[in-house]
Design a protein around this ligand. Sequence first.
Ligand SMILES: Cc1cc2nc3c(=O)[nH]c(=O)nc-3n(C[C@H](O)[C@H](O)[C@H](O)COP(=O)(O)OP(=O)(O)OC[C@H]3O[C@@H](n4cnc5c(N)ncnc54)[C@H](O)[C@@H]3O)c2cc1C
Length: 533
Amino acid sequence: MNTQVLIVGAGPVGLTLAIDLGRRGVSCTLLEQKNAPQLLPKMERCNARTMEIYRRMGIANKIRDAGFPRDCPMDVFIVTSLIEPPLLHLPYPSVAQAQAEIAARNDGTLPLEPYQLISQYTLEPLLKTVAARLPNVEVRYGCEFVSCEQDSGSVRARVRNADGSIAELVADYLVGCDGGSSTVRRQLGIKLQGEANLLQLRQALYRCDDLFDRISIGKGRHYHVADAHSTFLIVQDSTRHFTLHSVVANDADMQSMFEQTVAMPVSYEMLYVGQWRQNLLLADSYFQDRIFLAGDAVHLVIPTGGLGMNSGVGDAIDLSWKLAATLQGWGGPRLLASYEIERRQIGARNVEASRQASRGRRAWRAAYRPNIRDHTLEGAETRANLTRIACVEQRKSNEMIGAELGYRYRGSPIVWPEFGDGPEDNFMTYVPTTWPGARLPHLWLGDGTALHDRIGDGYTLLRLARVPADATPLARAFASLRAPLTVLDIDEVRPRDLYGYDLLLLRPDLHVVWRGNHLPDDSARLAAVATGH
Ligand SMILES: Cc1cc2nc3c(=O)[nH]c(=O)nc-3n(C[C@H](O)[C@H](O)[C@H](O)COP(=O)(O)OP(=O)(O)OC[C@H]3O[C@@H](n4cnc5c(N)ncnc54)[C@H](O)[C@@H]3O)c2cc1C
């Protein structure tokens, strides 16, 4: 065997998976067909949940240091150009403000980490450096995955090296993180279902050193232009780079569209122009025996709302500990099978959230009329009408905290079932819950540490009662499966009040397996369910 896990594709999802497997002691090889990370603009916002995940991996501060300055506002505008009064200004806190708000509130409603704007072309090299430093992770750029076959014990992959030579790699498992046109997915014959090619836009990347400082209508991250071309300008992490998206006929039009949007004389360089398509697609299946798929390989959303890469990071982190557990011998057969059950429903949920957000954007754009800039009664009416609709509809893209934090693994074989339907789902609001399958809400402890930070990489039995229950039967049950369990006692009022129970069993990814005031009579069964036996 060359490696335990072969990962195809060093986009943000493959890189995150490689780092998490590496830190869990799994040997993996990451293949990337490109010779090096490229200056190709795509995602730019890690959401709060992704930043919580990166905090657990020990890299959140590194990402913040490389990203958008902490004190820059994250505001969103709807404009006619960058020099006219905005039609709508939606303020969102800078990272520094959001961190202060998180530090001051302790009711479980806020994430432990706020969002972070970082361009994908900054994030990928950063993650690559982190991955390459891990002793058990091999990162191979300039190496293309060609095909694979599997049997009951291994996967054999054919790869093309940079010099054109073909080699064979053997692994216990293979994970295709190879993006929307995934070769691995095609090899498995797995189809994407949904709506493809909803809209085709051009995107260009510009370097313009003084533009950000000169925007006097308000600093922010997104400037949506009320026009007939679906144009929007995105500030990239350096504040010296910008991307413009627009429905135009030619690459050259991206120059005039930028100048028209900026509407002030600036010197700039256009570094890249390309096309991309909006899709809402979900794969029929996320795995076949020893081969798994994650990220854009299995779900393609409209980036409105930023649920593309962020959903993929969620996939990576769900799969990572399950692969580690299986390879380390304590994961039962249901553990890896639960990956598709848990993550495909979140893929479907996020496709839906993205559909809702993009419908919102389409709703206010439909109110555009060519007279929008006219100093006439009709022009004023168009502006007022578009603004009124946008004030409700644009928020659907920017305020998806429920989609980001409130997802829960329903019907999972490794989550203890509880009677009833559980709390309602809402993309736009997050209501803290410890319903089995949900992410443990963040709380500060009396000594100023975050409870999340006290929870290790294995299972945790959280004991919150004044007089803690005897955990011996559960500890014995986990020990007999050779699965890691830590018992953590927190004798504080707040966690017990918010979490609602004396005992919570947590998974390595901070999702709740089970909660109660007494351990179940059959602790062995609880341990077996949690570990997929
Ligand atoms: C304009 C735009 C804006 C976006 N904004 C956001 C945002 O703000 N937030 C967000 O969460 N998402 C956003 N997204 C979506 C986000 O970019 C994608 O969801 C994300 O890149 C998916 O990551 P991935 O690792 O799954 O796939 P990719 O980033 O596509 O990476 C796949 C990698 O696999 C490699 N590969 C492919 N085939 C092979 C092969 N045969 N052998 C070896 N390597 C191979 C590719 O070269 C590539 O590097 C945006 C997308 C676009 C287009």
